[in-house]
Design a protein around this ligand. Structure first.
Ligand SMILES: [Zn+2]
Length: 122
């Protein structure tokens, strides 16, 4: 049986194998394993891997939004900051667990292992 879509399980914060059990035990803390199918999440090594993607995506949105507010409404510098900062913070809090879940699910589906120094030592 094929595992569920990494996009779907990542977005929902669910187990990459069964799509049912929870991936996180708290906001961004990955649980020890799936309570539904028993998959251990010790293969997970996403770390901060989702952050660079979100910096590019949310940063682009934030800069665009700030520039639009500044130019469209002919305001001072403070208004774009007051609009952009909350949007960036909320988008980050919303997307970060989903992006990390996507990376973990992609690790599972592609059987991505650790790229440490083991291969170099051999
Ligand atoms: Zn599971």
């Amino acid at each position: 049986m094929l595992p569920p879509s990494p996009w779907k399980t990542g977005y929902r914060g669910r187990c990459p194998r069964c799509g049912e059990g929870k991936l996180y035990s708290s906001f961004l803390k990955v649980a020890d394993g799936c309570t539904y199918c028993g998959l251990k999440y010790d293969f997970e090594n996403a770390g901060d891997g989702a952050v660079p993607f979100l910096i590019l995506i949310i940063g682009g949105i934030g800069v665009g939004l700030g520039a639009w507010v500044l130019l469209a409404f002919d305001t001072g510098v403070l208004a774009p900051i007051l609009v952009t900062v909350p949007v960036v913070i909320l988008l980050t809090l919303f997307l970060l667990p989903k992006a990390k879940g996507l990376l973990i699910a992609l690790q599972y589906v592609n059987a991505a292992g650790d790229t440490g120094t083991d291969a170099i030592d051999e």
